[in-house]
Structures are given as C-alpha cells and as structure tokens.
Design a protein. Structure first.
Lengths: 141, 141
DNA sequence: GCAGATTGCTTGCATTTAGCAAGTAATACG
DNA sequence: CGTATTACTTGCTAAATGCAAGCAATCTGC
C-alpha cells in the first residue's frame, strides 16, 4: 500500500534524495531493527530501547513502505499482526548502517560490542555478505 | 564555541547516537558541501540548490560545531565572514556519505554523474583516500 | 458465545521544530 | 559617510513530534 505521492524533490543530489527518504531520527532505527535485531512487528519495534511513540512509528512504517524500503504482510497465524521485511532496496542500506556504526564506535562513546565492531572493521565485506544472506533466508508466508 | 550540552541519549546504540547528531534532513548536506563542493562559508551553504532557511542553517552549523564535526574560523581578510572546515571526526563521515550516494544512485533517479558513481563503485578506497587528501590540503589561516 | 486481552493503530491536544520574511549588528568599500 | 555585505536573529505561522487515551478488529480461554 502506498502513501501519498512525495512532493517535488529539493534537488537531484543523491545525498539530498536519501535524506528526504530517511533523514530523520527514527526511520533508520526501524531498518536497524529489521536488519540486525530480528524485530519484525509493530510491538517489537516499540520494544526497542529508544521508546518511539506509536503515532511516529506508524507514520515511519508507512513512509518506508511507500518508499519500497520495507514490505508489510499480514501474519497468517494472527490477522491482527503484520510482519515487516526489508526489500532488496532496504537491505541495500546495510553498507550505510555499517559505516554509521563504525563512525560512531570510533568517535562517540557507544554500547557497541567491541568484538563486533572489530569484526566489522576488519572484515566488512564478509559481515555485509552475512547480513544479506540472513535477510535472504527469511521466508514470508 | 559550544552550544548547550545535549540531553541524555535515548540509547547507546551507535546508529541511534549517530542519528541524534545528524539524523535530520539538513546536517549531512552541510557536511557534503564541505567535503565535495568546496563550499566553506554561510553564504556558500545558502547557495546550494536545496534552499535551506537561514535560521535552520545557523542552527545546524552550531550543532555540527558543538558535536566537533566542523570547526569555525573568522576570515582574516574579512572579519564579517567565517570559514568552516571539517574536523577529523567530520571527514571520517566520508564513507557514510559515499555509501548513501551509491545507494541513491542505484535505487533512485538522481542527478549524480554516472562516471563519478562508476568510479566510486569500482574504486571506493581510492576515492575515499583522495577525499581525505584534499581535506588535508586545506589550510586555515 | 462472550468477556477480557491484544494488536495496531487513530485522535486530540500541547509542545517543539521548521521555515518565511523582515530586521539587525558588525564590517567593508568607494 | 552612505551603501552594501555577512551572518545571523526575530516574530510569526505552519508542520511535525509526542503524550495519553481511546478504538476496531481479532484472539483466547472458559
């Protein structure tokens, strides 16, 4: 399901376009949870430490779906629940998130596990391959 | 000069921390202009195609300086003007921006030059090294 | 079959942020 | 010294954020 058509872009710059899609403080956290945290439902996203508001989460999910970064499927076992999954376009954000993790781990005080950061740094390509493989293993009903 | 101390972080996650610093739709455009566009002053940032408002630009420059991503120096030739420069922490954002460019170039319609994108894709390490070398060549008075 | 619980929101409201247009202090220039 | 420039600030409005409460659809256990 699509949201309303986005307004005219402010420029053709790839960075500006990317920021118009996910340049806010919550969207990439949803992508993070799908990519790294095995969270796939509305309530699982709500349970993250950052405490997003329900109206904000709902709005961000709609926009990410509208931008084809995630897809939404009804849970066959419970019609109330929806299961989200990253699309190809969404999993392609992995290198962006990995570089953000590496930048923060080096320049800020974070809670990132040092061994994970060390592996990301030393074997970035392998780490990214594994992330994509795990994404590909997820089957939807 | 520092702004006020940032409030308590919403989590220790490196992605969340990064988004608290630059997870809005303008901050990384300032970093882009310093990194790739040889823009260094308030008016040069204003001249970018995206048409940022002056109060927003002022606020973002203050926050980026407060977060030690950019540094601000008075122009010795004109005391009204300030020259901005990326810090070490700021130039370290280059891999993040490059991955955003590559992601957008592949998944959105952008105005990015295909030859530049091709070179970034094929020789990412070399491209990043050159970006850092050009940053290192910038001298401040 | 129904009461209570769950899921995924929506709603109303207060607060904060974004952004427009105008204005200002400090500085430069001819 | 008058005019222009630079980097903002200000007042205001519109939009976004986020809280707390509420709701429709669905599920579960008795």
């Amino acid at each position: 399901m699509r949201g309303k058509a986005p307004p005219k872009q402010r420029s053709g710059c790839p960075i500006s376009i990317a920021l118009e899609i996910f340049g806010d403080s919550w969207s990439l956290l949803v992508v993070r949870d799908l990519m790294f945290k095995q969270r796939r439902t509305f309530n699982e996203f709500l349970s993250a430490e950052e405490n997003i508001a329900t109206n904000i989460l709902s709005e961000r999910l709609a926009r990410l779906e509208s931008n084809e970064i995630i897809e939404k499927h009804q849970d066959p076992n419970d019609a109330r629940r929806y299961i989200y999954r990253l699309t190809e376009k969404g999993i392609a954000l992995a290198p962006v998130l990995v570089e953000m993790i590496l930048w923060s781990a080096q320049h800020e005080t974070t809670a990132a596990a040092p061994d994970v950061v060390a592996e990301m740094t030393a074997h970035k390509g392998r780490f990214l391959l594994r992330v994509r493989q795990e994404w590909a293993r997820i089957k939807l009903p």
